[in-house]
Design a protein around this ligand. Structure first.
Ligand SMILES: [Zn+2]
Ligand SMILES: [Zn+2]
Ligand SMILES: [Zn+2]
Length: 439
């Protein structure tokens, strides 16, 4: 464990992490590899199941035909854990268990390997973890009937999935603390505590368990953010933090109304947020601004946009966005969250359709709004700037592109740090712009 953090009891919140030194904005606070991680089913064909990098074509495991890898090296490195997984996957074919079930199974496989290494005396031990699976909350007792039912289905799926390896795993499972032996409780712990792993473009490509970082509590205006590099998780400070201060992240999309954020946190994480932003209903009025009938029109259309996006029906999606935006009219406030969402979706659709000029127009409209809603550096804002900068660069608006890239860099050097591959890519783009301007 890095010396900058330690575990403590946060008043009213239970376990938490706090700073054991003054930490400056932009500093790396903590890095962790997952105890277990898996690529989500949705991305299974395009993301390496070992290093989590994205490729058009990948090598396929000849046995389960599910796991895919960049190359033989990744496949070999993945084999110790995949060996058990591969057997289990084959046993339930053509069904593929859900992401959370596959992750829970991978945790069991990882524990089995740890135990063998421990017996052989080659284990480094688990002493550096601040938090163990046993201590993870399951919230089982406070779940509503419907959620319990869902969880019990996942637990049965986990049992069925692990059946093939049961004899090999028996010893492991029986040596786990009772709260981790019961499939229902294990599934509950996994679903409450797993992290979504996203790639550089913030696509959600997998799930993982990072025990020590499960201690981090939520704040709608947090002092830290998490970014990934493959499966490695980096926790970075986006504000100056003083010795003794609690470290916080946002569990959810912070661009939402207070009531919506609170509802999501209650349903998904079982607590009521009492952070400063929630108490003061910070920016709610601005996020919901605009004439009411139009607000409703835009908000009610969002599920349809999501549906068309899921179908990759870009032409229809773009038509619908344009229709909505023209109905709202240009004087309708850009700060309205639904309007922002529609504009963002229109940007995606234009990029998919190769309509670069239009894409840039939509992108530019979103930037002042992002700036307003992200007063602290945030990956979402940095990446939006980078997308717009790339469009400007492609359309040969070089001076504008360089300016946008510079703004993106001010954010990414804090949220990602100078050594992150995304920051390197951005610096290269800036260099290209400078060369082109000098010519
Ligand atoms: Zn790989
Ligand atoms: Zn396989
Ligand atoms: Zn809050």
């Amino acid at each position: 464990m890095a010396p900058k953090v330690d575990r403590f009891v946060s008043p009213g919140k239970g376990n938490g992490l706090r700073a054991t030194a003054n930490i400056r904005r932009g500093e790396l606070v903590y890095s962790a590899e997952p105890q277990a991680a898996c690529v989500s089913n949705k991305w299974a064909k395009n993301v390496c199941h070992h290093c989590f990098s994205r490729h058009e074509t990948l090598l396929r495991c000849s046995q389960c035909k599910m796991a895919r890898y960049c190359n033989i090296t990744c496949q070999k490195l993945a084999w110790p854990v995949h060996k058990s997984e591969c057997k289990c996957l084959r046993s339930v074919l053509p069904r593929i268990p859900t992401d959370s079930v596959r992750l829970a199974a991978r945790i069991v496989f990882a524990l089995a390997i740890e135990m063998t290494q421990y017996k052989l005396g080659s284990s480094k031990g688990n002493g550096e973890e601040l938090y163990t699976l046993e201590e993870h909350e399951s919230h089982l007792s406070s779940l509503c009937e419907q959620k319990r039912e869902g969880l019990s289905q996942l637990a049965s799926m986990l049992q069925l999935y692990l059946q093939e390896e049961v004899s090999a795993l028996d010893q492991v499972v029986s040596s786990l603390p009772p709260s981790c032996q019961d499939p229902m409780s294990l599934m509950a712990k996994v679903t409450c505590n797993c992290f979504t792993i996203s790639d550089a473009e913030l696509q959600e490509i997998g799930v993982g368990l990072y025990p020590s970082l499960s201690l981090l509590n939520h704040d709608c205006g947090p002092n830290c953010v998490m970014v990934f590099e493959g499966t490695k998780l980096h926790l970075r400070a986006i504000k100056d933090i003083e010795l003794g201060d609690e470290l916080t992240i946002s569990y959810i999309d912070s661009m939402a109304l207070t009531d919506d954020r609170r509802k999501q946190l209650e349903e998904q994480y079982h607590f009521t947020c009492c952070c400063q932003r929630c108490d003061s209903r910070d920016m709610d009025a601005l996020m919901a601004s605009g004439e009411e009938a139009t607000c409703c029109l835009l908000k009610d259309a969002l599920p349809r946009l999501d549906g068309l996006k899921a179908e990759s029906n870009w032409p229809e999606l773009l038509d619908l966005c344009k229709e909505l935006l023209s109905k709202a009219g240009s004087s309708f406030p850009a700060e309205n969250l639904s309007k922002l969402k529609v504009t963002d979706v229109a940007l995606d659709a234009c990029i998919q359709l190769g309509l670069w000029e239009e894409a840039l127009e939509f992108g530019l409209k979103t930037l002042p709004v992002y700036r307003c809603y992200f007063p602290d550096p945030h990956p979402v804002h940095g990446i939006q700037l980078m997308r717009v900068g790339k469009l400007q660069h492609f359309l040969e608006h070089i001076t504008d592109a360089l300016d946008t890239f510079k703004q993106a860099y001010e954010i990414l050097k804090v949220t990602h740090g100078d050594a992150h591959p995304l920051t390197s890519e951005l610096k290269m783009k800036m260099e290209e712009c400078r060369c082109e301007l000098n010519q």
